[in-house]
Design a protein around this ligand. Structure first.
Ligand SMILES: [Fe+2]
Ligand SMILES: [Fe+2]
Length: 285
């Protein structure tokens, strides 16, 4: 059975899917592994824990602030659950920071604009972009055995919840836009515009991170382990495949993010074509 996007049946379905797949756990009592000194040094050397911690706290604050403004009670309950999960993500990162003695401090949160729905939508598209790139990065880090598997199992709980969030968000957006009478092409243009904003924000964050880490050893010693044999094409392929694998865990009647996988697919085809052309030119020469 497939639902018409924007219908009440669609709304009930995507909200129920979201709340039914909730997992109960306490970050404090997760099976945190003991790390040997080398693994501990690698974990502490990761330069972005402070940013991750801040992002999760900010996520919880935005979603919580938006929750009382959602008029539909079913949607409001689902958004409230997401807010609780984001706050728990922040707690999970905090537990890890304390347990392993990671150097990361709490940054003040910005005040949010009056238009909290736009803040929520901006945040949602940001999550879609972060998650898609995160799928590939997570696979690379896991394969490189940068940390023990038990640590990745814990992060996997977080990744699963982020995937749930973006599936919920995509359905929420389709439902919201359809109710406002926006057509599919208009929705696609709007998505692209919001993705553009998310990408600019992400680039700004990367630049700030580079500045903050200038002069630290991480760039040379730690990234080598991640990036040993790193290939851009492999990364895009990993993002694409991992996205498909993680999305396959969800009910096929739910709408899923389409734009980023399509862009990645296009990029991969372009790279393939470029490779073939290059080989052809080399042979001709
Ligand atoms: Fe989160
Ligand atoms: Fe999230």
């Amino acid at each position: 059975m497939t639902f018409e996007a924007g219908s009440d049946a669609h709304k009930e379905f995507f909200c129920r899917q979201f709340t039914d797949t909730y997992q109960d756990y306490d970050p404090e009592t997760l099976p945190w592994p003991d790390l040997d000194p080398a693994a501990l040094a690698r974990l502490r050397g990761v330069p972005f824990w402070q940013e991750v911690y801040h992002t999760e706290r900010r996520a919880g604050a935005i979603v919580d602030a938006f929750t009382p403004h959602v008029t539909d009670p079913t949607v409001r309950a689902a958004v409230a659950l997401q807010g609780m999960e984001e706050t728990r993500h922040a707690k999970l990162i905090r537990v890890m920071i304390d347990r392993y003695g990671i150097d990361a401090t709490e940054q003040p949160l910005e005040t949010f604009p009056d238009d909290l729905e736009t803040a929520f939508i901006d945040f949602g598209f940001g999550e879609c972009l972060d998650a898609f790139l995160g799928f590939g990065a997570f696979k690379t880090a896991r394969q490189s055995e940068f940390l023990p598997a038990a640590m990745f199992d814990i992060f996997d709980v977080l990744m699963f919840e982020e995937t749930r969030h973006i599936v919920f968000f995509i359905n929420y957006m389709a439902w919201r836009e359809k109710r406002r009478g926006h057509t599919a092409p208009a929705r696609a243009i709007k998505s692209a515009w919001f993705y553009g904003r998310a990408a600019r924000r992400l680039l700004g964050m990367v630049r700030r991170g580079q500045d903050a880490n200038n002069g630290r050893d991480f760039a040379v010693t730690q990234t080598e382990m991640f990036l040993d044999g790193f290939s851009f094409r492999q990364f895009v392929e990993d993002c694409y495949r991992e996205n498909a694998r993680r999305m396959s865990a969800f009910d096929p009647d739910l709408m899923q993010p389409r734009l980023l996988p399509a862009v990645a697919d296009l990029a991969l085809r372009g790279l393939q074509l470029w490779d073939r052309t290059r080989h052809g030119l080399r042979r001709a020469a």
